[in-house]
Design a protein around this ligand. Structure first.
Ligand code: MN
Length: 751
């Protein structure tokens, strides 16, 4: 049981002033060593502007709003390790968006550097917050990444902002909690991970879990609390001999056990299908060495050998990110050893410098940049460059890109060498062709094979860490569709898709000309309406696919003879199998001619105005489905299911055209919907099906078509239902019949 504590906010102005000043002083203290001449005045100025701008605003909890930018500034300085510029921007991060203050004001007051960062922050939040109802994660993510490529500080401050929002999510509505939490899991924690901010990543994940799956979270938190004493005892027992030995060897170090994040325990329970009690490695032992930079690697290995003298290591669990750091700069030695009582214990060994990088990621790199030439810096730069490369590809489909990119964010890395000995970092599972695209997109497009460690391999060859790869190219080579089956990096995928699309477009030109001729014979032409009609008839997702299919002869334009022509509009022939027992019935289609009545079915946004709309052909929504309205560019409002195959694409790219939509109660009108049935071809099975539909459920069938071969039948039934519940009921009843294996709703029923 979760207890809900509601604290009533009741502080007076005096008390509030005190709290605000206390927070501001804490920020000053955190920055102390970094304040240069003039910095303090600027910071003070930013603080005053922010206080003044937000003076009439309060947070949902009742607190003065200014406490939020102050908290973000402290996170940015204390937990991410950024400096004065970022602190100032954090203080001002919400003023342009939420108050009278403009970007010009900021430029005048602080200069171009500051207003650029604040502009970036405003742009991100514009997308995220203002269109809260129609948020489009994919497009957000892309915007965020674009800003990241511009100035990483924007993202770091945004992460601080998000962290504070997550920490104070309690006072938000349930709906907001869910929305913000899922966005956090989707966008922000992968980014924190990629930027090497492990502490923040874990906290974000834990908080998101707390709000999305409160029971799970509470259960694990409770489990951790209950096992705390045992754990502490075990950790002490484990540490004791190691600590004594390291002290006698004169190491300057800290050693401690650290419980794993709730989210990562949950992951383990889920992926390994085990209960909390069965998750053994609930903690990791961490050893932080205060060694000078020139001796740190050597010392890490010395400590490793001390540990493995006491405890037997699992050979396949040694991770050496000391010799070759991760792509995000993470450095450490990880090993898993057999502790007392036969329990596996993970031990992480790193220097204080490495530890700071582990906690503060990117920001820590900047700090150490000034020191010795740091190879990590360039690696991070090359990652940002890589990001810019992908993002600059104008044809990248946002959704695809996102999927691919998210995979990139999380996979393990391998290290591949060029013939000259330069190292590239690629995700695990990358092939020779991924490597080629990583180096240069032209090289990827022309690659016909590779020599891996002097041995000839095909382009689909999966690389291993440490491989040296020499690429073989040919000017005649062209990317082909099947390459998409084995490349795994976002860059290779998006480039290949781009080439293929270009290729298709070129070929499609011919198809378009053919179609143009054909249509003008019919007294018509290529219009938006006609293309829609044709794409639907020939089942092609886009005009480009239609042109292409015509050009390569996959479509027979002779079929156009069955079309009817009205003016310049062509209409596809109507195909249907009428069942003899078909009753007359009021259908939604008939209601289309009476828009007033039809409009009562659906409520758009908050308004109760009646708006004309159409139900999308691609997903044929019925009452009870989650739906959204989409403003098309010529056909008015269309209503799609949120799980429509086109939904993600529409939401991602045209979020501004989406209208919140829900069904009104109406039992008088029925909707055409389709189910697909797969089962064994048994005599009488059709009888059984029609008995259920017409007899038991008294539904009206419009058509039924069944194909059988090799004793298996595959049927499609079009039926009129009132709502989702009826359809679900039908599916349940059908699947329960003998001989029927599978019943599913049709994605795009044929009309
Ligand atoms: Mn904010």
């Amino acid at each position: 049981m979760q207890t809900i504590v509601t604290t009533v906010y009741n502080k007076n102005e005096e008390e509030e002033k005190k709290i605000i000043l206390r927070e501001y002083r804490a920020l000053l203290r955190a920055l102390k060593q970094r304040l240069k001449k003039g910095d303090k005045d600027m910071l003070r100025r930013a603080f005053e502007i922010s206080v003044d701008a937000h003076r009439d605003m309060r947070r949902k909890s009742g607190e003065p709003y200014i406490l939020h930018p102050l908290a973000v500034a402290r996170i940015v300085v204390e937990e991410i390790g950024l400096g004065v510029t970022s602190a100032i921007c954090a203080l001002l991060h919400d003023v342009v968006e939420d108050t009278e203050i403009t970007l010009e004001d900021i430029t005048r007051e602080f200069g171009e550097d500051f207003s650029k960062i604040i502009d970036g922050l405003t742009k991100i939040s514009n997308v995220v917050d203002l269109k809260a109802e129609t948020t489009i994660q994919a497009e957000n993510f892309r915007k965020i990444l674009l800003t990241l490529a511009d100035d990483p500080r924007v993202i770091l401050i945004k992460l601080g902002d998000r962290l504070h929002n997550m920490r104070t999510l309690e006072s938000m509505s349930r709906e907001k909690q869910l929305k913000i939490s899922s966005e956090t899991t989707y966008i922000y924690s992968p980014l924190a991970h990629r930027l090497g901010l492990y502490e923040i990543k874990s906290e974000l994940e834990d908080l998101a879990l707390k709000y999305t799956q409160p029971e799970v979270y509470m259960e694990i938190a409770k489990g951790l609390k209950e096992t705390k004493r045992d754990r502490t005892k075990y950790i002490n027992e484990f540490i004791k001999p190691v600590k004594d030995e390291l002290q006698s060897l004169d190491f300057d170090f800290d050693i401690y056990g650290r419980p794993k994040a709730i989210h990562s325990i949950w992951n383990k329970m889920r992926t390994k299908h085990v209960a909390f009690e069965e998750v053994y490695d609930l903690f990791a032992i961490r050893i932080i060495l205060n060694s000078p930079q020139d001796k740190e690697k050597e010392d890490c290995w010395k400590v490793y050998s001390v540990i493995t003298n006491f405890y037997k290591p699992s050979p396949e669990r040694l991770r050496d990110w000391v010799s070759v750091p991760k792509g995000n700069g993470y450095e450490a030695l990880h090993t898993t050893v057999m502790g007392p009582g036969g329990r596996w214990v993970e031990v992480q060994i790193r220097s204080a410098r490495m530890n700071e990088i582990a906690e503060k990621g990117l920001a820590a790199h900047w700090k150490y940049k000034e020191g010795a030439a740091n190879p990590q810096e360039s690696k991070l730069d090359s990652w940002l460059q890589h990001l810019r490369d992908i993002l600059s590809n104008p044809d990248t489909d946002t959704i695809d890109f996102l999927q691919d990119f998210k995979l990139d964010l999380f996979t393990e890395e391998i290290y591949i060498y060029t013939p000259k000995g330069d190292m590239r970092v690629l995700p695990k599972g990358a092939t020779a062709i991924d490597f080629a695209f990583d180096i240069h997109s032209e090289l990827g497009a022309r690659c016909i094979g590779a020599k891996v460690n002097y041995r000839l391999v095909p382009i689909s060859h999966v690389l291993k860490s440490g491989d040296q790869v020499e690429l073989i190219t040919s000017s005649k080579q062209k990317p082909s569709e099947d390459w998409l089956g084995f490349v795994i990096t976002a860059k290779a995928k998006s480039r290949i898709k781009y080439y293929l699309k270009e290729e298709k477009r070129k070929i499609g030109e011919d198809g378009k000309a053919t179609l143009q001729r054909k249509l003008s014979h019919m007294g018509s032409g290529i219009t938006h309406h006609n293309l829609n009609e044709l794409c639907h008839f020939f089942k092609k997702p886009s005009p480009l696919d239609l042109y292409y299919a015509i050009a390569v002869g996959n479509i027979d334009l002779k079929e156009l003879k069955d079309f009817t022509v009205h003016g310049d509009k062509i209409h596809q022939p109507i195909k249907e199998v009428k069942l003899p027992e078909q009753k007359t019935h009021v259908t939604h289609e008939e209601h289309k001619h009476k828009p007033a009545k039809g409009a009562e079915l659906i409520i758009f946004g908050e308004s109760s105005d009646q708006i004309k709309y159409k139900l999308a052909q691609c997903c044929q929504p019925i009452p009870g489905d989650d739906v959204f309205g989409f403003v098309t560019s010529g056909e008015g409002l269309k209503v799609h299911r949120t799980d429509c195959p086109n939904a993600a694409q529409l939401l991602a790219n045209y979020g501004h055209r989406v209208v919140k939509t829900k069904w009104a109660k109406n039992k008088e009108i029925s909707f055409l919907s389709g189910v697909r049935i797969i089962g064994l071809d048994d005599v009488g099975v059709i009888q059984k099906i029609t008995n259920v539909i017409s007899g038991e459920l008294k539904m009206n069938m419009r058509s039924i078509s069944i194909e059988t071969h090799d004793g298996v039948f595959d049927g499609t039934i079009m039926v009129y239902v009132h709502d989702r519940d009826e359809l679900d009921d039908l599916c349940e009843k059908l699947v329960a019949l003998d001989g029927i294996n599978k019943v599913e709703r049709l994605e795009a029923p044929e009309v």
